[in-house]
Design a binder for this molecule. Structure first.
Ligand code: PLP
Length: 387
């Protein structure tokens, strides 16, 4: 189906942070397949772990015990302080589970017949009907109405807007947000804001549901973005970078959100199979052992500082922002064509929300690769803005 505009390139293989096309040209990957290839390409430990597991068993079924899934659940619970995990295969599935869970919580624990979830402007949670409805992208929603009801949208970063909803609606059961928005334009909020939402959720008995699909798994310098604020959510979703390229998703619960789903309430065929869990366990091991979260902070700061100085005083650059290796450059005009220009120059980046150049490099990005990125991208942006 013609559901996506494809760029005219195909990659045959990768090595570290580089991808190679059919003609042998190499590209610096500053996108990591949209925050997926945490360990870059062809990481020897991941290749070895996946190969070994493929020679044992790929898939059994969730009706049987899966020891690797239990090990991964225990590991994620240890890293997050959360209690339970449901494994699936993608970000939207993890968020769909979270949305179902919030409704279930409303029905079972709060006696709310038609539960509502507070969601944010510029949010992106996926493209299934429920997650598309929770997302704020009108363009992506167009043509798929009727949307799923039960979402109340508020401005991102505004605690008072959430407080006002609390004072006039009795049907709210949860607040759902990305603590650092990706698709919406690499938008940041303060740690105080996240803590204030935690406080409001506690005050009103709501679930705080944090979508860490893009910003989680070490990308911002902590295992999970909410850890910067020290405000543990009741529900957290993960996907993308968790298994560094093998499809996986996870919905974790703690506190009042734990213990809700019982046999028959939710399910999946593939979710949490031995192959995906091996890939995720290896990804987490390598992040910890190779110090990749510190690297994300150091290299991310270096890229932002390098871009700030290279683009200082350039008219048309609105803001350079982000955290760790989630980086955005907002321009004052639509700049989608920069993606193709960068591709020609051997650099993989993305533009989101029309005007924001986005980078999501693998967590193994090096100093010299950061320098190349800054140099190539700054010159492309200067040229683009001067036309
Ligand atoms: N949530 C966030 C924050 C995302 O960035 C994305 C994808 O970009 C999703 C959910 C959806 O994930 P998936 O494409 O794996 O369904």
């Amino acid at each position: 189906m013609n559901n996506i505009t494809r760029l005219p390139v195909a990659f045959t293989h990768g090595q570290g942070t580089w991808l190679f096309d059919e003609a042998g040209k190499r590209y610096l990957d500053a996108l990591a397949g949209f925050a997926v290839s945490t360990l870059g390409h062809n990481h020897p430990r991941l290749v070895e772990a996946i190969s070994r597991q493929a020679g044992r068993v790929l898939h059994t079924s969730n009706v049987y015990r899966i020891p690797l899934q239990e090990e991964l659940a225990t590991r994620l619970a240890g890293l997050s302080g959360m209690d339970e995990v449901f494994f699936c295969n993608s970000g939207l599935e993890a968020n769909e589970a979270a949305i179902k869970l919030a409704r279930f919580y409303g029905h079972k624990k709060k006696g709310v017949e038609l539960p509502s979830i507070i969601v944010m402007e510029h949010a992106f949670h996926g493209r299934s009907l429920a997650t598309l409805s929770a997302s704020a992208n009108r363009k992506a929603q167009a043509g798929f109405e009727p949307l799923v009801p039960g979402f109340i949208r508020v401005p991102y970063g505004n605690v008072d807007a959430v407080r006002q909803i609390a004072s006039r609606s009795r049907d709210v059961v949860a607040v759902m947000l990305e603590v650092l928005q990706g698709e919406g334009g690499v938008n940041t909020v303060s740690d105080e804001y996240v803590r204030a939402l935690r406080g409001l959720c506690d005050e009103h008995g709501w679930l705080l549901m944090v979508d860490e699909v893009q910003c989680g798994t070490g990308r911002t310098g902590k295992w999970f973005g909410w850890q910067h604020a020290g405000a543990r959510p009741d529900v957290m979703t993960l996907a993308k970078g968790l298994a560094s390229g093998v499809p996986i998703g996870a919905c974790l619960t703690s506190g009042r959100a734990a213990g809700l789903f019982q046999p028959g309430n939710h399910g999946t065929t593939f979710g949490g199979n031995p192959l995906a869990c091996t890939a995720a366990l290896t990804t987490l091991d390598v992040i910890a052992e190779e110090g990749l979260m510190d690297n994300a902070v150091r290299i991310g700061d270096a890229i932002r500082a390098g871009l700030s100085s290279a683009l200082e005083g350039v008219a048309g650059v609105v803001e350079i922002r982000g955290r760790g290796l989630m980086i955005g450059i907002e321009l004052d005009r639509p700049c989608g064509e920069l993606v193709m220009r960068a591709l020609d120059a051997g650099l993989l980046i993305n533009v989101t929300s029309d005007k924001v150049v986005r980078m999501l490099p693998p967590l193994i990005f090096s100093d010299s690769e950061a320098e190349i990125l800054v140099e190539v991208l700054a010159s492309l942006i200067r040229e683009f803005l001067s036309q």
